[in-house]
Write a protein that binds this ligand. Structure first.
Ligand SMILES: [Zn+2]
Length: 416
């Protein structure tokens, strides 16, 4: 087969985000920008990065499909490292109830909450889930996302959890998007185990985890370590069992109250700790000293009209911060990358540079993939976005608007 080669030249900026690991603290502001830059790609892998002059000297342009990117900035593809994108059962009624002042308790009493999504997802056929997932991945790709993480957790029984993970594997094969799947069996206590949370954790460890492991395509195990869900002790028991089966680990931590999840994340040296709205000062210090990525989800705070995680303080303390959408039917029914960027800058006080790092190389690190994606470096996957504008600074500035012109996924072009 003939090699497929692509050259993008004359880009006003090539925002490389160069690196192969998470960037911490002050490093997050360093984007390593090349003015009047070019990138060459062969067989889906980046082969040359430099100024247009330098790259043109090194290659034979006759072999390449050329894109003249004059007046446009080129960035790494965005990595959305925390979503629950695969589900049936929308909750638009619940959204309007919350606007009228209903509490979570009264929403549950009226038939809303996660249980309604679990009931709908358990009944949903494989093909329908596949189609729903495919449509949602299309939306994400159009906004420049080239790798997305997706969690199970709307089955809460063995059969449906396995189905959700198999659909994500299928989507990873069929759709251009790379889908990294996470087992979140401990998302909530299912109705069958009401009042028996410890028994449910034991069931997940003994009867579910080993089978999920044999699927091989599932990378992460996650747990909802929050008041009213799973305690720090229960979370630790599950995460240690998952680690012994060679799952990588994530946590929903300190999103609802200060619960000790951040400290557990640092103690277990998991890959990423997510939400962190109520992370304690001591917890933030421990994260900064660790290799754990702090993944923040400002769309959820916006959707629920709640305070935002202390992103500015975390970066100043030396943490590696990633940003993700938390796309889900309840607390953040949005996969809007543009709005996410603006909220991170305006509400969490990240600089545009830090927000770019958080959604590229640090997002990749939150998935354990910083060696392969998340930056424009030679040898990495050719996952990139070409903007309609000459600078990355337009992303948070053009509020809520999609500034992506073309997405390059594995070296293939997708015009938006
Ligand atoms: Zn989540």
């Amino acid at each position: 087969m003939e090699e497929e080669k692509l050259l993008i030249k004359n880009a006003s900026q090539v925002v490389t985000c160069s690196g192969f690991a998470a960037k911490k603290g002050a490093e997050m502001a360093e984007l390593d920008i090349i003015k009047d830059g070019a990138v060459a790609v062969a067989n889906g892998i980046i082969t040359h990065v430099g100024t247009t002059k330098e790259v043109l000297r090194q290659i034979n342009t006759e072999e390449y499909l050329e894109i003249d990117a004059e007046g446009r900035a080129l960035l790494p593809g965005f990595v959305d490292s925390h979503t629950h994108f695969l589900f049936d059962g929308y909750r638009e009624e619940e959204f309007s109830w919350r606007l009228q002042g209903d509490s979570d308790m009264s929403i549950m009493a009226r038939g809303g909450g996660i249980v309604s999504t679990v009931n709908a997802t358990r009944k949903c056929a494989y093909e329908k889930l596949l189609n729903l997932g495919c449509e949602r991945l299309d939306d994400m790709l159009n906004m420049g996302v080239t790798t997305v993480e997706g969690k199970s957790g709307y089955g809460l029984d063995f059969y449906t959890e396995l189905t959700l993970l198999r659909v994500m594997d299928d989507l990873n094969e069929r759709h251009p998007m790379d889908v990294v799947s996470t087992f979140l069996g401990a998302h909530a206590v299912p109705p069958e185990f009401e009042g028996r949370t410890d028994d449910y954790i034991t069931y997940v460890i003994k009867d579910v985890l080993p089978h999920i492991r044999s699927e091989r395509t599932v990378t992460f195990c996650d747990v909802f370590c929050e008041k009213g869900a799973f305690s720090v002790e229960q979370s630790e028991r599950l995460l240690r069992a998952a680690r012994s089966l060679r799952f990588k680990l994530k946590m929903h931590a300190d999103g609802i109250g200060s619960f000790g999840g951040t400290e557990l994340a640092a103690k277990l040296k998991i890959v990423s700790a997510d939400h962190l709205l109520h992370a304690s000062d001591a917890g933030i210090k421990r994260l900064a000293r660790s290799c754990v990525v702090a993944t923040l989800l400002p769309l959820t705070s916006f959707s629920l009209d709640e305070p935002y995680a202390r992103g500015r303080e975390m970066i100043d303390a030396g943490c590696a911060v990633a940003l993700a959408t938390d796309f889900n039917p309840g607390s953040s029914f949005s996969c809007s990358i543009p709005l996410l960027f603006s909220l991170a800058c305006i509400k969490m006080k990240l600089s545009p540079e830090e927000a770019v790092t958080a959604l590229t190389i640090n997002g990749a690190a939150a998935l354990g993939r910083a060696g392969k994606i998340g930056s424009i470096d030679v040898g990495k996957k050719a996952d990139m976005v070409l903007l309609k504008f000459p600078s990355y600074k337009f992303i948070p500035y053009h509020i809520g608007m999609n500034v992506v012109d073309t997405v390059i996924k594995d070296g293939e072009l997708y015009i938006v």
